[in-house]
Design a binder for this molecule. Structure first.
Ligand SMILES: [Zn+2]
Length: 73
């Protein structure tokens, strides 16, 4: 079965899980800048996001080294 890949969707470098659809949200912590969200990937990697409101895309602040874009290197 062939999966459809969007060209600019970031994915986990280890398991290919799409970052914008976290496998499991571990916890949320309101901070002055927005909300810090801890999420776990399907392969077990923990990532930390900063959500700054609906108009701003969430920013990956921890775990960005283990991600790839939708394109093959
Ligand atoms: Zn993963």
């Amino acid at each position: 079965m062939d999966m459809v890949h969007s060209q600019d969707e970031d994915r986990c470098a280890d398991c290919g899980w799409p970052l914008r659809d976290p496998y499991e949200t571990v916890s949320r912590h309101p901070v002055t800048e927005g909300v810090v969200v801890y999420s776990r990937c399907a392969c077990g990697v923990l990532r930390v996001w900063l959500h700054r409101g609906v108009r701003t895309p969430p920013r990956l602040i921890v775990g960005g080294h283990s991600t790839v874009t939708g394109r093959h290197p």
